[in-house]
Design a protein around this ligand. Structure first.
Ligand code: BG6
Ligand code: MG
Length: 219
């Protein structure tokens, strides 16, 4: 049986994933009078703020100065934070409350392995901070997702080997990261690129201990 669960945040615990992309769309509209196609959303999911901006600038085929790059990051985050103003317990994704309760009952440890620098503040708003034994700091790992660093750091913070952990993700960058960390990957969502996961669930509502325990290979 696994001893720890390493959670992504946006799109797994919180209904915040589209808010990130909405903020990018607004920024691009304001600064470049351009529209981002929905297909770009998957390429920014799980990816750090700076790396997401690189993906977007690359799509727009524009280059900006370092100062402008930083300004765009700040402004995107301001828009994003404004959209979180009313975030509360109601924005936990379906099944998350029950799944976390189940994990706690079985004394399985929880760590956050999110790329978001806003992770701790969002957990506070969702009233979930106390449920987590550890929060891996994305600013302290050398490489962001799809590199495995944040999942390795999260397992380490729980004093566990990644092999003894399950990682949960809604992004293809995140699934690649979990797979390379050695943890067992569970994807939630329907995007075709999530098929690389060890276990694929259509939504967070399907997360439960028994389903994962039965499939987990190191029992
Ligand atoms: C990830 C999101 O969880 O966090 C990405 O999926 C986002 O879209 C990344 O870019 C970084 O988040 P933040 O809050 O630090 O800008
Ligand atoms: Mg996510």
């Amino acid at each position: 049986m696994f001893k720890g669960v390493l959670f992504d945040l946006d799109g797994v615990i919180a209904d915040t994933s589209t808010l990130h992309f909405d903020a990018w769309k607004k920024l691009v509209n304001n600064y470049f009078s351009a529209k981002l196609p929905d297909s770009l959303e998957e390429k920014t999911k799980g990816v750090s703020r700076g790396d997401s901006l690189k993906v977007i600038l690359n799509y727009l085929d524009v280059s900006v100065s370092d100062t402008m790059f930083q300004r765009l990051l700040v402004e995107k985050n301001q828009t994003y934070l404004a959209s979180l103003e009313n975030l509360s317990i109601k924005d936990r994704l379906p099944g998350i409350t029950e799944f976390i309760t189940e994990l706690k009952q079985h004394e399985i440890k929880l760590a956050l392995a999110s790329a978001s620098l806003n992770g701790p503040a969002i957990l506070d708003k969702l009233e979930l901070r106390d449920a987590f034994e550890a929060i891996a700091d994305p600013s302290k790992v050398p490489y962001g997702k799809p590199a495995p660093d944040i999942f390795i750091a999260a397992a380490k913070a729980l004093e566990l080997n990644p092999r003894d952990c399950v990682g949960i993700e809604d992004s293809s960058a995140g699934i690649t990261a979990i797979n390379h960390s050695g943890a067992y990957s569970v994807a939630v969502g329907t995007h075709p690129e999530l098929k690389a996961a060890n276990m694929l669930l259509a939504s967070t509502a399907e997360l439960n201990l028994d389903t994962i325990r039965q499939a987990y290979p190191h029992n």
